[in-house]
Design a protein around this ligand. Sequence first.
Ligand code: NAD
Length: 277
Amino acid sequence: MSNTEATGPGRVLHQPMTAHYPEMAGKVAVITGAARGMGARFAAGLATRGVHVVAGDLDDAAMTATADELSAALAAESVADEPGRIVPSTLDVTRAEDHVALARRAIDEFGRIDFWVNNAGIFPFAEVPDVTPEQIRATLSVNVEGVLFGAQAAAARMRPGSAIVNMASVSAVRVRRGRAAYCSSKAAVAHLTESLAVELGDQGIRVNSIAPGYIDTEMTRWIQDDAPALEKALAAVPLHRIGSPEEVFGVLLFLLSDSARYVTGHSLAVDGGSRHV
Ligand SMILES: NC(=O)c1ccc[n+]([C@@H]2O[C@H](COP(=O)([O-])OP(=O)(O)OC[C@H]3O[C@@H](n4cnc5c(N)ncnc54)[C@H](O)[C@@H]3O)[C@@H](O)[C@H]2O)c1
């Protein structure tokens, strides 16, 4: 199956393979890094199911454009439930105060926060001798501190029964050459998720992570544009293809839903089996 059709937020509404959770309608989600890629897909998929979304990103113009595009598509398509509203917001996940402001925005707009998805991430390349202090600090700041600050802001506003999902990666458990900073940051996310699950469990908040393999977004454009590298990468994926953001969304939906209400501190791989090769 080709996933080349899966890019671009405008195509997000057609999601026939993902489940429908009627109990989610009217709930409220916050998603970071939602201007494009998986974050945009998550925003659209949740809004299609009647969930209101506060969508934050560093790229203010792209976030507004994506929210406008998705809102227009939602209005044009007939969906089962009354669609949720998507509210764009500027946020730098490295700044704890931005998360607090994002949470306040959600409360001001919708009065509650049920779901928080720490999705924003960066994926720098450098062989170990070339990793600069700036690069490792930026990577840990966005990918790890961004998750911690998001969870703190979420937990301060959430009620029992709420759920947080963090984007880890198959790179948390597999070494990728040139990605030492990224891999170590995602290993930290996987472990941080477990710490958060233990401590926030006292408040009835569940915390899980998703560990995607190669997914069709801008983040993997470099390998999709390099045929030999792509062939080599896919040889190490038991399902022999790149995954689509929609396939990750299906797992996100499950982890947020009541179907997963006794699941916390778990990392769910969406990687075509690549963590085993
Ligand atoms: N695409 C993959 O194959 C893949 C695989 C494993 C894990 N992941 C993880 O999934 C998440 C989403 O990945 P994607 O492929 O959609 O990425 P992407 O690069 O397409 O989108 C990332 C978004 O995060 C935003 N962002 C970056 N820094 C930010 C900051 N400081 N504050 C706020 N927003 C910021 C960007 O502007 C962008 O809109 C990331 O955490 C990534 O590490 C992706």
